[in-house]
Ligand binder design. Sequence first.
Ligand code: KG4
Ligand code: ZN
Length: 342
Amino acid sequence: MLVLGIETSCDETGIALYDSERGLRAHALYSQIELHAEYGGVVPELASRDHVRKILPLIRRVLDEAQIQRREIEGVAYTAGPGLMGALLVGAAVGRSLAWAWDVPAVGVHHMEGHLLAPMLEDNPPAFPFVALLVSGGHTQLVQVEGVGKYQLLGDSLDDAVGEAFDKAAKMMGLGYPGGPRIAALALQGNPERFTFPRPMVDRPGLDFSFSGLKTFTLNTLQKHIQGNQSQDEQTKADVALAFEQAVVDTLAIKCKRALTQTGLQRLVIAGGVSANTRLREKLQVMTAGLGAEVFYPRLEFCTDNGAMIAFAGCQRLLGGQREDLGFGAMPRWELENLQAV
Ligand code: KG4
Ligand code: ZN
């Protein structure tokens, strides 16, 4: 089955064509990062307007690249939530309308299900069941995955999501948006001996996360050590970036290990924007090897938002027989556990 996937939940317009027989046929992404950079974060109205401008040209480009005619498309998948309402509605309206015009089924996909299944686009896909660590700008979740749509939440963030914590810490250091990659780059110059940050909630039982205390700790450390001397301050920021990143990575690894032990599962999937973090990937590789388990993640470009993961997840749902009526909607809030099993 050949499915067109559309992602517009936040600040990336992602379009892809996935074929259940032949794999990913083509994909394209337009990132709005520069548009939002001067505001230090995503401005929802600007995001929606830019999706309106970019979505149809990107769809045409993907069809041309794959040399696919419209009549060959057998289904349309679009992100229906969670995300920014206006942005979601652009993808939903276009996706549902194209499906109607082409007389093929449409399906609204849960954005985090897209992330969670993204490692299945790779050559060595994880088999079910597995534990998934979902780490993005809006989510920090540990999920037990038995199959498509069979998700049990093991742990969740009590406050800031991990990507959000990266973004806020970066803002404190004047690094700009998005913060994750910038902190990771600056941390490479950091001195590991200088600061040690707390690992939040690791001494308590359970699999929930809290990163807001780490954010405050970061701010306090910066206020105490930034002196007004440019070169010393640059080094201090690098040292703080490293201490922050190490604390986040260690905390995530400790909880992932706990989740694998608790469930007795042997496979760990990491997905979402923060799974692009090299230090996190390396740490989880070592941790899982120590347990005799395996870790899976998407290629770098599919860690952050993209159309391929939506085309793939939508294809699984359409193949499983899920169909929607002609109405469409978007859900800015939507629990992963409420999804229909396939
Ligand atoms: O999944 P995503 O593209 O969008 C959401 O669904 O939220 O994730 C974006 C988040 C941002 O907070 C960004 O700072 C973070 O992922 N991120 C990273 C890295 N690359 C992106 N965080 C840490 N290290 C990275 N290399
Ligand atoms: Zn995302």
